[in-house]
Design a binder for this molecule. Structure first.
Ligand SMILES: Nc1ncnc2c1ncn2[C@@H]1O[C@H](COP(=O)(O)OP(=O)(O)OP(=O)(O)O)[C@@H](O)[C@H]1O
Ligand SMILES: [Mg+2]
Length: 157
Protein backbone atom coordinates (compact mmCIF):
# COMPACT_ATOMS: atom_id res chain seq x y z
CA UNK A 1 0.00 0.00 0.00
CA UNK A 2 1.38 3.42 -0.91
CA UNK A 3 1.85 6.25 1.52
CA UNK A 4 -0.98 8.31 0.06
CA UNK A 5 -3.59 5.61 0.56
CA UNK A 6 -2.95 5.54 4.31
CA UNK A 7 -3.89 9.17 4.69
CA UNK A 8 -7.55 9.64 5.43
CA UNK A 9 -7.91 13.41 5.28
CA UNK A 10 -6.90 15.66 2.41
CA UNK A 11 -7.21 19.45 2.38
CA UNK A 12 -6.75 21.31 -0.91
CA UNK A 13 -5.64 24.91 -1.42
CA UNK A 14 -4.72 27.16 -4.33
CA UNK A 15 -2.25 30.00 -3.94
CA UNK A 16 -1.30 32.62 -6.49
CA UNK A 17 1.82 34.15 -4.99
CA UNK A 18 4.81 33.35 -2.82
CA UNK A 19 3.21 35.34 0.01
CA UNK A 20 0.00 33.32 -0.10
CA UNK A 21 2.00 30.11 0.19
CA UNK A 22 3.87 31.54 3.20
CA UNK A 23 0.49 32.31 4.77
CA UNK A 24 -0.69 28.74 4.18
CA UNK A 25 2.53 27.54 5.82
CA UNK A 26 1.66 29.67 8.84
CA UNK A 27 -1.84 28.17 9.01
CA UNK A 28 -0.29 24.71 8.98
CA UNK A 29 2.53 25.65 11.33
CA UNK A 30 0.25 26.74 14.16
CA UNK A 31 -1.35 23.29 14.15
CA UNK A 32 1.92 21.37 14.49
CA UNK A 33 2.99 19.65 17.69
CA UNK A 34 6.26 18.37 19.02
CA UNK A 35 7.30 15.24 17.11
CA UNK A 36 5.36 16.00 13.93
CA UNK A 37 7.02 15.15 10.62
CA UNK A 38 5.95 17.12 7.55
CA UNK A 39 6.88 15.81 4.10
CA UNK A 40 7.12 18.53 1.46
CA UNK A 41 6.66 16.99 -1.98
CA UNK A 42 6.65 18.55 -5.42
CA UNK A 43 8.92 19.34 -8.35
CA UNK A 44 11.82 21.79 -8.30
CA UNK A 45 10.68 25.35 -7.71
CA UNK A 46 7.12 24.56 -6.70
CA UNK A 47 7.47 26.22 -3.28
CA UNK A 48 8.53 23.60 -0.73
CA UNK A 49 11.06 25.94 0.85
CA UNK A 50 8.57 28.81 0.72
CA UNK A 51 5.90 26.89 2.64
CA UNK A 52 8.61 25.74 5.09
CA UNK A 53 9.33 29.42 5.80
CA UNK A 54 5.69 29.99 6.68
CA UNK A 55 5.70 26.98 8.99
CA UNK A 56 8.82 28.38 10.63
CA UNK A 57 7.19 31.78 11.12
CA UNK A 58 4.23 30.20 12.89
CA UNK A 59 6.64 28.34 15.17
CA UNK A 60 8.54 31.56 15.92
CA UNK A 61 11.77 30.34 14.40
CA UNK A 62 14.87 32.03 15.84
CA UNK A 63 16.60 32.82 12.54
CA UNK A 64 16.10 33.63 8.90
CA UNK A 65 15.31 30.34 7.13
CA UNK A 66 17.34 29.39 4.10
CA UNK A 67 17.15 26.40 1.79
CA UNK A 68 19.03 23.35 3.12
CA UNK A 69 19.97 22.38 -0.46
CA UNK A 70 23.70 22.22 0.31
CA UNK A 71 23.63 21.59 4.05
CA UNK A 72 21.02 18.78 3.76
CA UNK A 73 19.64 19.82 7.15
CA UNK A 74 19.21 23.21 8.83
CA UNK A 75 18.49 23.36 12.55
CA UNK A 76 16.53 26.08 14.35
CA UNK A 77 15.17 26.82 17.76
CA UNK A 78 11.42 27.37 17.80
CA UNK A 79 8.66 28.19 20.29
CA UNK A 80 8.94 25.01 22.33
CA UNK A 81 11.80 23.01 20.95
CA UNK A 82 13.72 22.42 17.78
CA UNK A 83 12.91 22.49 14.09
CA UNK A 84 14.89 20.42 11.60
CA UNK A 85 14.48 21.32 7.93
CA UNK A 86 15.84 18.67 5.54
CA UNK A 87 16.37 18.77 1.81
CA UNK A 88 17.26 15.25 0.66
CA UNK A 89 17.44 16.11 -3.04
CA UNK A 90 21.16 15.48 -3.37
CA UNK A 91 21.09 12.11 -1.63
CA UNK A 92 20.89 9.04 -3.82
CA UNK A 93 18.40 7.04 -1.79
CA UNK A 94 17.51 5.28 1.41
CA UNK A 95 21.06 4.02 2.12
CA UNK A 96 22.58 7.49 2.01
CA UNK A 97 19.72 8.92 4.05
CA UNK A 98 20.20 6.18 6.63
CA UNK A 99 23.95 6.87 6.76
CA UNK A 100 23.38 10.46 7.81
CA UNK A 101 21.53 9.22 10.92
CA UNK A 102 18.23 10.52 9.62
CA UNK A 103 16.20 8.38 12.02
CA UNK A 104 18.08 9.75 15.05
CA UNK A 105 16.21 13.04 14.57
CA UNK A 106 12.82 11.46 15.18
CA UNK A 107 12.98 10.78 18.89
CA UNK A 108 13.91 14.25 20.03
CA UNK A 109 10.44 15.72 20.11
CA UNK A 110 11.46 18.11 17.39
CA UNK A 111 9.31 19.21 14.46
CA UNK A 112 10.74 17.88 11.21
CA UNK A 113 10.26 19.20 7.68
CA UNK A 114 11.51 17.08 4.79
CA UNK A 115 11.87 18.21 1.18
CA UNK A 116 12.30 15.35 -1.32
CA UNK A 117 11.08 12.70 1.19
CA UNK A 118 11.01 10.08 -1.57
CA UNK A 119 14.79 9.80 -1.11
CA UNK A 120 14.17 8.47 2.40
CA UNK A 121 11.79 5.70 1.35
CA UNK A 122 10.65 3.66 4.32
CA UNK A 123 12.59 5.82 6.77
CA UNK A 124 9.73 8.33 6.67
CA UNK A 125 7.27 7.63 9.51
CA UNK A 126 3.89 6.42 8.28
CA UNK A 127 1.97 9.01 10.22
CA UNK A 128 3.80 11.97 8.71
CA UNK A 129 1.82 14.90 7.35
CA UNK A 130 2.13 15.02 3.58
CA UNK A 131 2.14 18.33 1.72
CA UNK A 132 2.18 18.22 -2.06
CA UNK A 133 2.76 21.29 -4.22
CA UNK A 134 2.34 21.57 -7.96
CA UNK A 135 2.30 24.29 -10.59
CA UNK A 136 -0.94 24.64 -12.46
CA UNK A 137 0.90 25.85 -15.59
CA UNK A 138 4.51 26.50 -16.55
CA UNK A 139 4.49 30.27 -16.50
CA UNK A 140 2.32 31.16 -13.57
CA UNK A 141 2.57 31.75 -9.88
CA UNK A 142 -0.45 29.55 -9.22
CA UNK A 143 0.19 26.55 -7.03
CA UNK A 144 -2.15 23.71 -6.13
CA UNK A 145 -1.32 22.45 -2.65
CA UNK A 146 -2.75 19.44 -0.85
CA UNK A 147 -2.18 18.53 2.78
CA UNK A 148 -2.90 14.91 3.71
CA UNK A 149 -3.03 13.55 7.24
CA UNK A 150 -4.21 10.61 9.29
CA UNK A 151 -6.24 12.73 11.65
CA UNK A 152 -8.42 15.76 10.95
CA UNK A 153 -6.91 19.25 11.05
CA UNK A 154 -8.83 22.43 11.70
CA UNK A 155 -7.31 25.14 9.55
CA UNK A 156 -8.06 28.67 10.66
CA UNK A 157 -9.15 31.09 7.92
N1 LIG B 1 2.27 30.60 -5.36
C1 LIG B 1 3.60 30.45 -5.07
N2 LIG B 1 3.96 29.75 -3.99
C2 LIG B 1 5.26 29.55 -3.70
N3 LIG B 1 6.29 30.00 -4.44
C3 LIG B 1 5.97 30.72 -5.55
C4 LIG B 1 4.63 30.97 -5.90
N4 LIG B 1 4.63 31.68 -7.06
C5 LIG B 1 5.90 31.87 -7.39
N5 LIG B 1 6.72 31.29 -6.50
C6 LIG B 1 8.19 31.26 -6.61
O1 LIG B 1 8.56 29.91 -6.83
C7 LIG B 1 9.80 29.66 -6.21
C8 LIG B 1 9.67 28.52 -5.23
O2 LIG B 1 10.96 28.23 -4.76
P1 LIG B 1 11.27 27.20 -3.63
O3 LIG B 1 12.73 27.35 -3.34
O4 LIG B 1 10.31 27.32 -2.50
O5 LIG B 1 11.01 25.81 -4.39
P2 LIG B 1 11.29 24.34 -3.86
O6 LIG B 1 10.05 23.58 -4.13
O7 LIG B 1 11.80 24.38 -2.47
O8 LIG B 1 12.43 23.85 -4.87
P3 LIG B 1 13.65 22.86 -4.64
O9 LIG B 1 13.17 21.48 -5.00
O10 LIG B 1 14.68 23.34 -5.61
O11 LIG B 1 14.11 22.95 -3.21
C9 LIG B 1 10.24 30.95 -5.52
O12 LIG B 1 11.09 31.65 -6.39
C10 LIG B 1 8.92 31.69 -5.34
O13 LIG B 1 9.08 33.09 -5.31
MG1 LIG C 1 13.56 23.83 -1.59
Amino acid sequence: MGLASRHSYTYAFDTSSREETVLLGKRLGVLLRSGDVVCLEGDLGTGKTVIAEGIGQALQVDDYMTSPTYTIVNEYWVRDGELYHFDLYRLSGEDEVYDMDFDSYFHRGAIILVEWPDRAGNLIPEDSIRVHLSKTSDNSEERHITISTNSPMEFAQ
